[in-house]
Design a protein around this ligand. Structure first.
Ligand code: ATP
Ligand code: MG
Length: 335
């Protein structure tokens, strides 16, 4: 197949650190299924990344399976895409080492996620948390991915992955594809419902700050009613109204309506009406996901079959890339 005929490779991952939030859904996962027509897609549950913060082992195992089921429930078809669990592909850890030797201490020190998460877990600033972006680069480069759909918070890590790939290519000759970020225009950074200056994050301790995609409709509506907004009552998108602007982005993402239309729709109405409309629209949007998730979780054998097939497919691609990278750096061939 010629280069022009080859479909671009899309790759993305999500950590099983908790149930997916509306931020994960709007900024990332809800888009992943839609990309399957146009691209060759590879998606994973990043359990190796999850242990950069302390996890209860039994809980992690459970959440990994749940996250896997959620990916499918959100529209990813394991027959059309490669969907796997990161730790099942040992090649990521192999490449991680090679790439770590092409990564500078200084550039890792500048990563804002490292700074944020070390401030949040001051008693466990482990080396894995520090080198997280290298493993993320390995996740991407192991498949020579062209595009990486992510939210705004991962832009810095993706930029670093590009730099690592370029540095490796500079030292050893062109090898890795330089990946590009694929960030949505609306919803790339959904913020916390309790503090609109902070991103919504599934490891947030305050459950009212996040909508979880498995929340029941009444819980979703209640959380939106309590969302922190400014003191006036005009539904208008503006930088000095971060709370209401966040709700407008959410409403826009789930209904497909644009911001000017939303402003017109709620002209003359107060925040109460608007918050209720957002809550209802989100609850409606998530209903099929919740139903499909329940169906999948009742069929563990099917899930296992899917992730075992996913691991095989992931290893078949990344094994070849890792073996070539080993050869490039001068290791004696063993396979
Ligand atoms: P954690 O707190 O454990 O880091 P997280 O909510 O940040 O969890 P990740 O698994 O790190 O979730 O990220 C999965 C995907 O979701 C990434 O592509 C990330 O960019 C995207 N994402 C995370 N939070 C948001 C958000 N608030 N808005 C939009 N996209 C987001
Ligand atoms: Mg994160």
């Amino acid at each position: 197949m010629s280069e022009q005929e080859r479909k671009k490779i899309i790759l993305s991952s999500i950590q099983p650190t908790g149930t997916f939030t509306l931020g994960n859904y709007i900024g990332a996962v809800s888009r992943w299924g839609k990309l399957q027509d146009e691209f060759d897609c590879i998606y994973s549950v990043a359990d190796m990344h999850a242990i950069t913060v302390r996890q209860d082992p039994a809980q992690l195992r459970k959440r990994t399976i749940e996250s896997y089921a959620l990916l499918i429930a959100c529209g990813i078809d394991p027959k059309r895409s490669i969907v796997f669990i990161q730790s099942h592909a040992g090649t990521h850890a192999e490449l991680n080492w090679i790439l770590a030797c092409s990564t500078q201490f200084g550039e890792l020190s500048r990563m804002t996620q490292f700074k944020d998460k070390s401030a949040k877990h001051p008693d466990d600033i482990n080396a894995g948390l520090f080198t997280y972006p290298v493993l993320m680069a390995a996740d991407i480069l192991a498949y020579n991915a062209d595009l990486v759909p992510i939210g705004e918070d991962q832009r810095q890590h993706l930029e670093l992955a590009r730099n690592i790939a370029q540095r490796f290519n500079g030292k050893y000759g062109d090898f890795f594809t330089i990946p590009e970020a694929y960030i949505p225009e609306v919803g790339a950074k959904i913020t916390s419902l309790q503090d609109p200056t902070k991103k919504m994050s599934k490891s947030d301790e305050n459950p009212n700050a996040c909508i979880f995609i498995l929340d029941e409709p009444d819980v979703i509506i209640r959380k939106f009613k309590r969302a922190v907004t400014d003191s006036d009552s005009i539904v208008r998108y503006s930088e000095d109204k971060p709370g209401i602007s966040n709700l407008m982005s959410i409403y826009s993402a789930v209904t497909g309506k644009n911001i000017p239309d939303i402003e017109r729709e709620f002209d003359g109405k107060g925040y109460g009406d608007f918050k209720l409309a957002v809550g209802e629209a989100v609850a409606d949007n998530l209903k099929p996901v919740r139903e499909e998730f329940a169906r999948l979780m009742a069929d563990k054998a099917y899930l296992k079959e899917c992730y075992m097939n996913g691991a095989k497919a992931a290893l078949s691609i990344s094994g070849k890339v890792a073996a070539k990278a080993y050869h490039k750096v001068g290791f004696v061939d063993a396979r």
